[in-house]
Design a protein around this ligand. Structure first.
Ligand SMILES: Cc1cc2nc3c(=O)[nH]c(=O)nc-3n(C[C@H](O)[C@H](O)[C@H](O)COP(=O)(O)OP(=O)(O)OC[C@H]3O[C@@H](n4cnc5c(N)ncnc54)[C@H](O)[C@@H]3O)c2cc1C
Length: 442
């Protein structure tokens, strides 16, 4: 009998795992279970709308989804529609790839004020994730502070600074395009606790900050070191040298009155969000880097701003009794092995780092574990899941249904844009021709 595998989550980790299993010599029946009707996880809802080329990897995932041995179960959530132990009893192997969808918050006084919005929520909002469609951020402020010095921080700052003309040919939903277009920031800050060498920007993304129609980067040349020092691989030294060269160019650039200033502020740790109920500013402490760590100097300063956007990391959402490592926020695992017949890949296995292709390594690893561990199928798999979902009235959609949603989105695109995204689950289900009522009680 085929070995039945349930993969929970249809982001890169889920699809790379499925792909590795499809290519294996063994006989698998693979079901991809996704809580949203739409597949591809952060490829659709994280990758920046102005980086459409990066999203093209989903075409390879599509080939996997259409493989004979693979089925897609969209609109089925672990913990809501099916339990973790139920999946274990139905499938010979369960692979957890449900990502880390929640924001790591600042953990400083005032970080619960209106106007503090984590990057997971904010990016989800401007990318049309149905969980965040109603976020309605108040962008009526002259200054915004983005906290963090990784590519997500750059994405958020760049998108805020872009004009309608720069965004209209993207798939950013109208609600976000209109709100960003009507905002008029004079200053957007990007704060990092450590220095330019420690920043995790990729150089391509950093250089984009110098190519904005209505934004101009502002850097204090005095904080940029002459050379990259410290213990690191030759490749990392080269990458960081490129970033320092780009920052030096920004520091030399002339001021451009009337444009949004994008301030890179290093060696500054937020210590308090100021204001009554809403954000009115941010208090920060100057830092120095000692043995790679940011150490406070006891010297403080304040920056007025009406929006604080932490882009400092992600955490998991609890999923129905899955064993989580409380400290790392990942599923407890050893190299992708969680428990007998249970595996994990992607962010929920190793934390929220790396690029899309990093998840391919995880997927291959987990597929090799399953190849080694499970030789014969003993559990009902797909037929059992279908029976359980039918008994619960769960309205799951298949890959062909998603393709109907995709066609409707392409038809609804603004001129020049790749698609016009549906931003509620009901609208997605309606486009798929599925009933909107998710299920009856019981
Ligand atoms: C803002 C942002 C921008 C990024 N931009 C880039 C980029 O330009 N280039 C690049 O290389 N990398 C980028 N990345 C990183 C890349 O997106 C990740 O490496 C990758 O998406 C992680 O894959 P994953 O499968 O582990 O998680 P995810 O992509 O998060 O996929 C998890 C999937 O599981 C589903 N799920 C969650 N809970 C459940 C549940 N209970 N039941 C069923 N399904 C569930 C989710 O809906 C989602 O579809 C970016 C990340 C972010 C956050």
């Amino acid at each position: 009998m085929s070995v039945s595998v349930a993969i929970v989550g249809s982001g890169p980790a889920g699809f790379y795992t499925a792909d590795a299993l499809v290519k294996s010599d063994a006989d698998y029946r693979i079901d991809i279970i996704e809580r949203l009707p739409t597949p591809f996880g952060l490829i659709r809802y994280g990758v920046s709308p102005d980086h459409e080329t990066t999203r093209k990897v989903s075409k390879a995932f599509e080939r996997t989804a259409l493989a004979e041995s693979v089925r897609y179960f969209g609109n089925v959530e672990l913990g809501r529609d099916v339990g973790f132990e139920e999946l274990r009893s139905l499938y010979d192997a369960v692979v957890l790839t449900f990502g880390m969808p929640r924001d790591q918050m600042l953990g400083i006084p005032g970080d619960d004020k209106a106007g503090v919005i984590g990057a997971a929520a904010f990016v989800g909002w401007y990318n049309g994730h149905p969980d965040f469609t109603g976020l309605d951020p108040d962008l009526d402020t002259e200054a915004a502070a983005v906290i963090g010095v990784g590519n997500v921080a750059l994405d958020v700052a760049r998108i805020l600074a872009k004009t309608r003309a720069e965004l209209t040919a993207t798939d950013m939903p109208d609600h976000a395009l209109d709100a960003i277009d009507s905002a008029s920031f004079s200053d957007i800050y990007i704060f990092g606790r450590r220095g330019p060498v420690e920043a995790k920007f990729s150089n391509v993304e950093l250089r984009e900050m110098g190519e904005l129609e209505n934004g101009v980067p502002v850097v204090d040349g005095a904080v940029i070191p002459d050379a990259v020092t410290g213990e690191m691989a030759e490749r990392d030294v080269r990458l960081k040298e490129k970033n320092l060269a780009t920052l030096r160019e920004f520091a030399r650039a002339e001021a451009k009155p009337g444009k949004t200033r994008l301030h890179f502020r290093f060696y500054a740790a937020p210590v308090e969000v100021l204001g009554d109920e809403r954000v009115e500013g941010l208090r920060l402490e100057r830092t120095a880097v000692v043995e790679g760590r940011a150490v406070g100097s006891g010297e403080f300063f304040e920056v007025p701003c009406g929006l604080v956007l932490p882009a400092i990391g992600y955490r998991s959402a609890l999923a129905d009794g899955v064993p989580l490592d409380a400290k790392r926020g990942t599923v407890e695992n050893t190299d992708g092995r969680v428990a007998d017949g249970v595996y994990a890949a992607g962010w929920i296995m190793r934390g929220p780092t790396g690029v899309i292709s990093s998840n391919r390594t995880d997927g291959r690893l987990v597929a090799s574990h399953i190849d080694a561990d499970i030789k014969d199928g003993k559990k009902p798999g797909r037929e059992g899941l279908k029976a359980l979902l039918a008994a619960r009235g769960v309205n799951f959609i298949g890959y062909a249904d998603w393709q109907k949603i995709e066609s409707a989105e392409i038809a609804a695109a603004r001129a020049g844009a790749p698609r016009g995204k549906f931003v509620t689950v009901d609208d997605m289900l309606a486009a798929a021709g599925a009933e909107t009522a998710r299920r009856e009680a019981g």
